[in-house]
Design a protein around this ligand. Structure first.
Ligand code: ADP
Ligand code: MG
Ligand code: MG
Length: 212
């Protein structure tokens, strides 16, 4: 972004997410097959496809309105755990942006903190519980640090995406303490958490949207 981002940027983010989820749908489903019920890829593909359709139909005029619509659509169209959690994340980010037409790096960072807080309020997962929080929390922290350090937007988003990737990979040796995977107890060890993997895709898509 240069350095402010607008509604078009967030529309591009959702397009990049939908494309990434479609491309990685089977992979996400395989991760969920190992420690869940093998629907994570299908859930998110359905949700972000519906989100894109909703945006095309409604043409929201601010970043906040766009993200609230995405979140509401995810809550409506994606069942299970991840629909309400991701839906809340996007809605909270949208609410944090209010009516602003343009979003600064610091505001984007604050929006991601609001998203994380919403996910944790709803799902009560801490870092290390082997959930999407294990990718979202380090990514939000990395972006906040990058903004404080005054990094260029592309570098800041690169740092956030790298932190999300690393956080997702770091779920492999963990035992799940939240969600379906926690029913497996110690048998959840040795597999990457599907929600942490999809959160890493979301941050990769954010970086991609910024370099368009
Ligand atoms: P379901 O488990 O209902 O089939 P999904 O497969 O779409 O839903 O999503 C599973 C993902 O949701 C998990 O991999 C995990 O990252 C995330 N998740 C589950 N429960 C929680 C929770 N309480 N807090 C945060 N994330 C969670
Ligand atoms: Mg599942
Ligand atoms: Mg399910």
């Amino acid at each position: 972004w240069s350095p402010l981002v607008n509604t078009q940027f967030f529309a591009a983010w959702i397009e990049e997410i939908a494309a990434a989820v479609r491309a990685r749908r089977d992979h996400l489903t395989q991760l969920d097959a190992a420690i869940g019920d093998a629907d994570h890829g299908a859930n998110l593909d359905r949700g972000f496809t519906a989100a894109q359709e909703a945006l095309a139909g409604a043409s929201p005029q601010t970043p906040g309105a766009l993200l609230v619509l995405v979140g509401s659509t995810l809550i409506r169209k994606v069942g299970g755990a991840s629909g309400p959690l991701y839906g809340t994340a996007f809605r909270e980010m949208g609410k944090a942006f209010g009516e602003a037409a343009e979003i600064s790096p610091a505001e984007l960072s604050a929006g991601l903190n609001a998203a994380l807080a919403g996910v944790q309020r709803l799902g009560a997962a801490a870092e290390g519980d082997k959930t999407m929080v294990d990718a979202l929390a380090p990514a939000a922290k990395a972006l906040a640090q990058a903004v404080r350090d005054g990094l260029k937007p592309e570098e800041a988003l690169e740092a956030a995406a790298a932190a999300a990737e690393q956080g997702a990979g770091a779920t492999i040796p963990l035992q799940a303490r939240k969600g379906r995977a926690s029913y497996l107890g110690p048998r959840s060890v040795g597999h990457e958490d599907p929600g942490a993997a999809s959160t890493a895709l979301l941050f990769g898509a954010l970086k991609a949207a910024a370099s368009r």
